[in-house]
Design a protein around this ligand. Structure first.
Ligand code: ZN
Length: 294
């Protein structure tokens, strides 16, 4: 009897250990890159990290670059081990990374790693061709590359390099976001249209725009300093075996983080990170996700 109890206890303990191990293994490892930005990265990174962890799906780490204009010797210490993570989220817009770091990110994504790029992170690295390929469109001049918009029928329109406006945005305002691919895991189950918080509405983004899947757009109203067409807000680009998601929303105005803290932006960050890491989204749509009426 005593022996049976002992065996049962041992079996129970082993089972619990296995279950706990499986649970821990299911957490996706996300690395947030920060350290330079023309937006308050010191404020936004903790918000992003907190939200990713709150989802229960992620274990989040942060790596901080040297400050702007740091000497090369300081950059020697910046060698993030991207390959140890399922997905990298960049909240970085600043000085170019050293060649070994650029190469490491390229190899990481090409080998199947996930990358999520938010707001001004697509302003970075104009002279890094692989990065431009990964993001598809960046904050660039019209002569840099093609422009992608979506017409009212939902058709993707490509405007050649040199034609039409370059990157910009009008005064901040709240605007509707329209889903253009409702069957993608990131957008599946979201409202067809919702009202985003007061934010910058990026327009005229430029780049190679190769194999872009535009998931959501916003109408860039000329009355609000815009372009009079539907500008991409959220899109994906494949890079080798990897998945890249760019979301140009999420401006921080001084210390006003309303656009980043808006439930739709945070939900999109979590869903984009999960999809970039795994190709699927299991995180439920939060109850406070905005609607078109709100
Ligand atoms: Zn901004």
């Amino acid at each position: 009897m005593r022996r049976m109890t002992g065996m049962r206890a041992a079996f129970g303990a082993a089972f619990l250990a296995m279950a706990a191990g499986a649970g821990a293994a299911e957490k996706l490892k996300v690395l947030i890159v920060e350290g330079q930005n023309n937006h308050a990265w010191q404020t936004t990174t903790p918000i992003l990290k907190g939200e990713l962890e709150k989802s229960g799906r992620f274990a989040a780490s942060v790596v901080t670059t040297p400050p702007a204009k740091a000497p090369a010797s300081e950059w020697e210490a910046f060698r993030p081990e991207f390959k140890k993570f399922d997905v990298v989220l960049t909240n970085y817009n600043g000085d170019p990374w050293p060649a070994p770091v650029r190469k490491a990110l390229e190899e990481y994504v090409a080998g199947g790693g996930g990358l999520v790029v938010m707001h001004a992170a697509n302003n970075a690295f104009q002279d890094w061709p692989a990065y431009n390929e990964m993001i598809g469109l960046g904050w660039r001049d019209p002569g840099f590359g093609d422009r992608i918009t979506v017409d009212d029928s939902g058709k993707v329109v490509r405007t050649p390099r040199g034609e039409g406006p370059g990157s910009g945005h009008g005064p901040r305002h709240a605007f509707p976001v329209v889903v253009r691919n409702p069957s993608h895991p990131i957008t599946k189950g979201l409202p067809a249209e919702w009202t985003h918080a007061v934010d910058e509405l990026y327009h005229g983004q430029r780049g190679p725009a190769k194999d872009m899947d535009v998931l959501a757009t916003a109408y860039s109203d000329k009355a609000k300093g815009g372009t009079g067409t539907n500008e991409p807000m959220l899109w994906t680009v494949p890079f080798g075996k990897g998945r890249v998601v760019t979301n140009v929303m999420g401006h921080v105005h001084g210390e006003d983080v309303g656009a980043v803290k808006s439930p739709d932006f945070l939900a999109l960050i979590v869903r984009s990170a999960e999809w970039a890491a795994t190709g699927a989204v299991t995180t439920p749509v939060p109850a406070d996700f905005p609607t078109a009426a709100k």
